[in-house]
Ligand binder design. Structure first.
Ligand code: NDP
Length: 352
């Protein structure tokens, strides 16, 4: 009876967490989700509208930098899905805004789980960012890979995810707590949002549509639908045999492919999809030079990703968690429709 199991989800108002909470409620679990500030109801009140929320969802306040709040949040839970972590590319103070909450938060959650004695499994949301911050076109990424190049001054979001995940595995090795740890490493997560906030990755789709990019750049990403990422966390929690890390990406798409999907889906007219081809070698060099005019961390990200072809092997998650991924083209279009629905993008026909 899943109803007997209490699952704690940190960062409940988040894009991925909300879908995960919905999936857990659908499977009849009791859920305790943390939010940073209970008084900011606009951010999370949609969670209370989910089917089953009335009698099986509890919202509690917790901050990653306040260990006591996390101890209370995990107390009595059989599983903890630790998803809260700041997700932003540009941070004013990377140590304060990214690394401290990611690293200290992860350590505090694990410490709280050890102290609680009720927790038998923790599923941690890590990222491709913990695998690499500069894809090598000649290397196929697997769960064996670790990002060894990021720092506070180079792709600090990637750094925050790397040190947080590393410290989780170190904790398991050194402390040998009574619970197991499974880690999900999603790539670029897109899809419809259950709440009003605009996620950083969906914002990238909006930026494509609204003309933020001067042209089509030589860059590609591994995309995955948010509903698949949520399901991956639930399967990682439910399957006793799940272990280690799980690279979580469905499909690799070049920016050119994403633009084509959007144009064919009707986002060409009335919007400002890029059309200038900036994918050649000379153009890529030029864009790398231009990247120095961008906000610092956007610039670094561009210089470490332009002209590189991401390759990866997602067979472990498909085999061990039995996960089959949705096609990404429909997800891209659903993301765009959802941006309109939430007012992040003007409706077709109203934009110049
Ligand atoms: P969101 O920005 O939607 O959610 C992040 C959540 O973390 C929010 O609920 C936020 O709370 C919470 N949070 C941030 N800082 C703190 C803090 N100091 N104390 C407590 N809570 C905090 O991001 P996603 O749903 O996209 O990301 C969820 C996880 O997935 C993160 O760990 C992220 O690194 C990871 N990930 C995301 C990918 C993506 O493409 N979206 C790809 C790979 C990994 P609040 O609402 O109060 O700000």
């Amino acid at each position: 009876m899943n109803r007997n199991h209490l699952v704690c989800v940190t960062g409940g108002s988040g894009f991925i967490a909300a879908h995960t909470i919905r999936g857990l409620l659908e499977r009849d679990y009791r859920v305790r989700a943390t939010v940073r500030d209970l008084s900011r109801t606009a951010k999370y009140s949609f969670l209370n509208q989910l089917d089953g929320a009335g009698d099986r969802l509890e919202l509690v306040e917790a901050d990653l930098l306040q260990p006591g709040s996390l101890r209370e949040a995990v107390d009595g839970a059989s599983t903890v899905l630790h998803m809260a972590s700041p997700y932003t590319i540009n941070a004013e103070d990377p140590q304060r805004d990214l690394v401290a909450p990611a690293l200290e938060g992860t350590r505090s959650v694990l410490e709280a789980c050890r102290a609680s004695e009720s927790v038998s499994r923790v599923v941690l949301t890590s990222s491709i960012a913990a695998l690499t911050d500069e894809p090598d076109s000649n290397h196929v990424l697997t769960e064996q890979d670790w990002n060894s190049t990021s720092s506070l001054s180079r792709n600090p979001y990637h750094y925050s995810k790397t040190v947080a995940e590393r410290s989780a595995w170190t904790f398991m090795e050194e402390q040998r707590p009574g619970f197991s740890l499974v880690v999900i490493n999603p790539f670029m997560v897109i899809g419809p949002s259950l709440g009003p906030s605009l996620n950083t990755t969906n914002q990238m789709i909006r930026d494509f549509i609204t003309g933020v990019y001067p042209g089509i750049l030589d860059i590609n990403w591994g995309f995955v639908d948010v509903r698949d990422v949520a399901l991956a966390h639930i399967l990682a929690m439910e399957r006793p045999e799940a272990r280690g890390r799980y690279l979580c990406a469905a499909e690799n798409l070049h920016m050119r492919d994403v633009i084509t999907v959007l144009r064919d889906g009707g986002y060409g007219r009335n919007y400002r999809l890029p059309s200038m081809d900036l994918t050649g070698t000379a153009a890529t060099m030029f864009v790398k030079l231009l990247s120095w005019t961008q906000p610092k961390d956007t610039g670094t990200y561009m210089r470490t990703h332009l002209g590189r072809h991401l390759r990866y092997d997602n067979s472990k998650i498909r085999r061990e968690l039995d996960l089959s991924f949705r096609d990404i083209a429909p997800s891209i279009l659903e993301t765009a429709e959802d941006l309109v629905r939430w007012g992040h993008l003007p409706a077709p026909g109203t934009s110049r």
